[in-house]
Write a new protein. Sequence first.
Length: 101
Amino acid sequence: MKVKVTTIQTSAKPHRLAEASIELTDSDGDSLVISDIRVLENRQGQNWVAMPSRSVSEGGRSYQYIPQIESNRRLRRKIEDAVLAAFEEWKQSQSTTEVGA
């Protein structure tokens, strides 16, 4: 299965570093687009990828996040690697644009 990052863009939400969309293509050429993939940063400063999910209140300020997309580990790793690589390239291009402005 081929993973292609189709978009990386700034997020309107402050806790997100970026939002991405990908296209998954199988060997027959059939494809699936997944949007609302989020690039986040953990407390240790490491970037990570969150797949689309929805939140359900568990009362008060507690939420449970229910995944909208699930895959096996191998495909998940391919998606994460592709999105993080594209994010790094995008981030570098943003820095270059800001310096040149």
